[in-house]
Ligand binder design. Structure first.
Ligand SMILES: *Cc1c(COP(=O)(O)O)cnc(C)c1O
Length: 388
């Protein structure tokens, strides 16, 4: 039998990392000690109070059956309390919070809930690839919001043409931003609320990195903005804040109708988050500041080490105020892809080429500081010997 793939997967953009993956395997086979700064996945283990909560919950047979679709009320209450404590935002745990199997799951299902074929989704470029791929899967059309250096990697809403505003149903945003590490001010979020309500566009803000910030900075939630719950929802994740990427738990919060719409899709696709993991999530949120400053300090130190290395070799970057990424420019006339290929062949260091996040990422490289600090020091030494 000839198994033919559907057009929606045939139409996926070419896998930009295939060449890098192949090179990485080749280098490892040669015995090279590869340093992987490519993947944004915390190396530090999940705090033990959270593991303990899972252990207890896993032994309770009451948690072995199907969970509720929307999440346990106690988990949604923990989310609501955390939003109040951290952002001063009041959320009704029953109608304004929805548990997710990681925020990626919720983001990927959002276009199915709000786009009809031919509708437009506004997506940041460079950006987390799921926004545009999920839009295409739902039959929607992604429209790029360029994130440019000159605008501090914040989109220029005024430049979106009338025709696109009319066709757009949803808009994805993400601050603190992956991959550029840019932070948004509440002023920009106010502009977004205005724009969204004038044009009837649902705002879907991805807030995965609000807790990874330096020097006491407290990046805002979109929902703190006046009028935000009228026009949008926010995705949050326990993955980056609590080093829980493998656990698969996150949540959506905000506009009731948006939460209900996404919930309808999910009810027909998945069966919720394992309750043991939800109990762990409750523990994480209740004691959310436990050890958090120490984790931030680790990323801050690694950022400083890496950026000092970039200074020494004369590469241009933007000192990140948040996230565990560093976004730097390739030297003139060298493409992201060429820089990445040469770096791995000549130094054994793996990074992510900026164009992997969209064409406006061309000319940039993303580094993730989610490996041991000693390895970051090693990487910096190797980069100093790299003949750019
Ligand atoms: C890591 C990441 C996510 C996904 O987090 P999960 O909750 O683990 O699915 C979502 N958005 C951005 C921008 C991320 O970097």
């Amino acid at each position: 039998m000839n198994v033919k793939w559907a057009n929606r997967i045939e139409a996926l953009p070419p896998y930009l990392f295939a060449e890098i993956d192949a090179k990485m395997d080749e280098m490892k086979a040669k015995g090279v000690d590869v340093i992987d700064l490519g993947v944004g996945d915390p190396d530090i283990p999940t705090p033990s109070n959270i593991i303990d909560a899972l252990e207890i919950a896993a032994r309770d047979p009451g948690n072995h059956r199907y969970p509720s679709y929307v999440g346990m009320l106690s988990f949604r209450e923990a989310v609501s309390n955390w939003y109040n404590e951290r952002f001063g935002v009041d959320l009704d745990p029953v109608t304004e919070v929805l548990a997710l199997i990681g925020s990626k799951e919720g983001i990927a299902h959002t276009p199915l809930a709000f786009l009809d074929p031919g509708d437009v989704a506004l997506v940041p470029n460079p950006g987390y690839p799921v926004y545009s791929v999920a839009t295409t899967f739902a039959g929607g059309i992604p429209y790029d919001l360029p994130l440019l250096r000159d605008n501090g990697f914040i989109p220029d809403l005024d430049s979106i043409p009338e025709e696109i505003r009319n066709k757009a149903k949803i808009m994805f945003l993400n601050y603190p931003n992956n991959p550029t590490a840019a932070v948004s001010e509440i002023g920009f979020f106010s502009e977004v609320v205005d724009f969204a309500s004038k044009n009837n566009i649902l705002v879907c803000h991805d807030a995965a990195y609000t807790e990874i910030a330096f020097n006491g900075l407290q990046p805002p939630s979109f929902l703190q903005t006046e009028g935000a719950t009228e026009v949008g929802m926010e995705f949050h994740s326990l993955s980056k804040t609590f080093n829980m990427t493998g656990w698969r738990i996150g949540f959506a919060a905000g506009n009731k109708n948006a939460i209900a719409g996404l919930g309808k899709i999910k009810t027909n696709i998945d069966s919720g988050v394992f309750q043991g993991v939800q109990y762990a999530g409750i523990e994480a949120l209740r004691n959310y500041s436990l050890g958090l400053d120490d984790r931030r300090k680790v990323y801050e130190e690694r950022r400083n080490i890496f950026c000092k290395g970039l200074d020494d070799v004369g590469l241009r970057y933007y000192l990140p105020k948040a996230t565990f990424y560093v976004w730097f420019e390739t030297p003139e006339d060298i493409s992201s892809q060429d820089f990445t290929s040469r770096l791995i062949s000549e130094t054994g260091i793996v990074v992510t080429p900026g164009n992997g996040f969209g064409n406006y990422g061309e000319g940039y490289i993303r580094v993730s500081t989610t490996i041991g600090t000693k390895r970051i020091l090693d990487a910096v030494e190797r980069i100093k010997n790299f003949k750019i």
